[in-house]
Design a protein around this ligand. Structure first.
Ligand code: HEC
Ligand code: HEC
Length: 322
């Protein structure tokens, strides 16, 4: 870029911050965005977002004292994305639109209603103007989302089998309990890890190192400060609502945090299995049966659609929707 062009860009940016109109298109994430779109996005931002994120996007508003402070949008770092979190860490437009439209459970950022898709997309583009990362980088391609093999097809094994396998993936194969709580006794967890090691063709470990406080989450450092990963039986998850959202969180990981992308470490079958298991925990939150799930998958004589799978009987929650 020539010095003149740089100066011009700088002036346009300052104009943007001051609340004056964008006159020229801007290249954000490798795509040219029309000034009309950015101006429309700014109007939506001033109306719906600036109260928390601040006119300059830095989030230094009164909302910053909340347990989960509004994001500093000038960082250009995102948690909820479909490209692998280990890459550039920028979300797709669909990811941003989803976050803006549905908000984040357990935080102050509520879903927005009465706003058109066009306005949501315009403010998604406008938000990018706060960070230089969007001028320099473009989002990586999203992780693949294969069909769920547990529930698709005529001889699909079904949700209960998926939950049983997911329980083993969570505790044995992927060891999600390194950060999230473990929902199994120390002995059961030990057995599941040993089984996973044998499955992988390696020699069983002598001793599986476990956290002393396995029943609680372990605090982790992130680009946004120290956070406690969710306890699925106790806390609200932020963005994940549909099975696809859970798949995305697990397969792509959570940006800016140590939660890794699992898309290249787990098979599609195991990815979907752990999604079914974690969703079942989330469904149990606040129900009388939650306590039973803290200790492992309860063998349940429940009348509600119980079925024996691989010798283990699991109950499907009363709140099950699919
Ligand atoms: C009531 C306060 C509040 C309002 C209003 C609000 N936000 Fe947020 N926003 C938050 C909080 C809190 C977070 C941090 C969530 C987290 O870290 O899990 C956040 C995070 C974000 C993120 C980061 C998402 C990610 O993947 O990490 C974006 C982008 C965002 N907000 C955009 C917007 C836009 C655009 C609007 C207006 C349409 C808006 N916000 C309105 C509080 C708010
Ligand atoms: C290295 C630590 C770590 C590991 C290992 C880990 N996570 Fe996470 N996880 C996190 C953090 C950090 C968050 C985000 C917390 C926040 O929003 O502040 C998170 C969030 C989540 C969410 C919530 C997404 C949302 O919408 O809020 C899901 C679901 C999840 N993890 C599932 C898993 C599963 C399944 C595994 C194992 C396959 C796993 N995690 C392994 C640290 C970890």
């Amino acid at each position: 870029m020539s010095t003149g062009a740089r100066l011009f860009t700088a002036l346009v940016l300052i104009a943007g911050c001051k609340g004056e109109d964008f006159k020229e298109p801007q290249t954000l994430g490798g795509v040219s965005i029309a000034p009309e779109t950015l101006n429309q996005g700014r109007r939506v931002y001033v109306r719906l977002c600036a109260g928390c994120h601040g006119p300059d996007g830095k989030g230094t508003t009164t909302a910053r004292t909340a347990a989960v402070p509004p994001r500093d949008l000038t960082l250009g770092r995102y948690k909820f994305l479909s490209p692998p979190a280990s890459g550039v860490g920028l979300p797709t437009d669909e990811d941003l639109a989803r976050s803006i439209r549905f908000g984040f459970d357990g935080t102050q950022m509520a879903p927005i209603a009465g706003t058109s898709d066009e306005e949501v997309m315009a403010v998604a583009h406008y938000v990018k103007t706060f960070s230089s990362r969007w001028r320099e980088l473009r989002p990586d391609p999203p992780v693949a989302m294969p069909a769920d093999p547990w529930t698709h097809g005529t001889d699909a094994p079904g949700r209960e089998a998926a939950i049983t396998r997911g329980y083993r993936v969570y505790h044995g194969v992927a060891q999600c309990w390194a950060c999230h709580p473990g929902y199994a006794s120390a002995d059961a967890l030990n057995v599941m890890v040993q089984q996973a090691v044998v499955e992988s063709g390696e020699t069983p470990l002598k001793k599986v190192p476990q956290r002393a406080d396995l029943g609680a989450s372990a605090p982790v450092e992130t680009a946004f400060g120290k956070v406690l990963p969710p306890d699925f039986l106790g806390d609200k998850v932020r963005a994940a609502k549909t099975p696809e959202d859970f798949f995305r969180a697990v397969a792509a990981g959570i940006g800016g945090t140590p939660m890794p992308a699992w898309h290249d470490r787990l098979s599609a079958r195991d990815l979907w299995a752990v999604v079914h298991y974690v969703r079942e925990l989330v469904r149990m939150r606040g129900t009388p049966r939650a306590q039973a799930w803290r200790l492992g998958i309860p063998a349940s004589p429940s009348t509600q659609g119980s079925r024996s799978t691989n010798g283990t009987t699991v109950g499907v929650s009363d709140r099950a929707r699919d």
